[in-house]
Ligand binder design. Structure first.
Ligand code: G4P
Ligand code: NA
Ligand code: NA
Length: 190
């Protein structure tokens, strides 16, 4: 997606060989026009498979997932990282390591919002090692819902997350694939 790549080159800050800071558009401040375009692109890519839900995990996946769900005309569900007091019913909980934070956290979805007849599009802002995505996939599997595919805004192709999910036969669409951040330079994969 050329617009996303252009914005990444404009505002992206290479923090290390592993980490790209996109706080100006995705992870702290949010660019609504760009997010809307990302939602339209995921809806174009996955609309034919007729999703009934878009699933992400809080917090940075939410704007993209919202835009996608809005375009598709279906609900967005975001996995919680902390259990709210209102969340008392049956939960699917999965433990995931976080590459960026270096800790292990739980992500959870109430079973009432993910049913066996749901057709789920998984969406997230970044994929690194893919632990967050794999945790969400385990939740979808436990619910009995069908996973249609995974939409990622920024894939760090030098880390194994995207390819490890594709190897399982799951469709993964990334709108910007980054081959390298070495030398402080952003190099795209295509
Ligand atoms: P992984 O699942 O792919 O292994 O990576 P990780 O555990 O780090 O989970 C993805 C989280 O890390 C997401 O945030 C994602 O946005 C962030 N992330 C991974 N690599 C980068 C990067 O190079 N730059 C930025 N800006 N973020 C990255 P999160 O932990 O879910 O927190 P939140 O921001 O959604 O609250
Ligand atoms: Na994030
Ligand atoms: Na995320």
């Amino acid at each position: 997606m050329e617009l996303l790549k252009k914005r990444i080159l404009e505002v992206g800050a290479v923090v290390s060989d592993q980490i790209l800071k996109l706080d100006a558009i995705l992870n702290h401040q949010v660019d609504p026009q760009l997010i809307k375009a990302i939602g339209q692109e995921f809806a174009r890519l996955f609309g034919e498979s007729k999703p009934t839900k878009v699933l992400t995990v809080e917090s940075s996946g939410i704007p993209i997932a919202y835009a996608t769900a809005y375009e598709l005309g279906v609900p967005l569900v975001f996995a919680r990282r902390k259990k709210p007091v209102t969340m008392v019913d049956d939960l699917y909980v999965e433990r995931v390591p976080s590459f960026t934070k270096g800790i292990v956290t739980d992500i959870m979805v109430a079973s009432e919002f993910l049913k066996a007849d749901d057709r789920v599009l998984l969406v997230d802002d970044f994929i690194a090692n893919g632990d967050a995505a794999r945790g969400l996939i385990r939740i979808i599997e436990r619910s009995g819902a069908e996973l249609l595919g995974v939409g990622i805004a920024v894939e760090k192709a030098f880390q194994a997350g995207g390819s490890s999910i594709r190897e399982r036969g799951i469709r993964v669409e990334s709108l910007a694939r980054i081959a390298s951040l070495e030398g402080g330079r952003i190099t795209f994969a295509d």
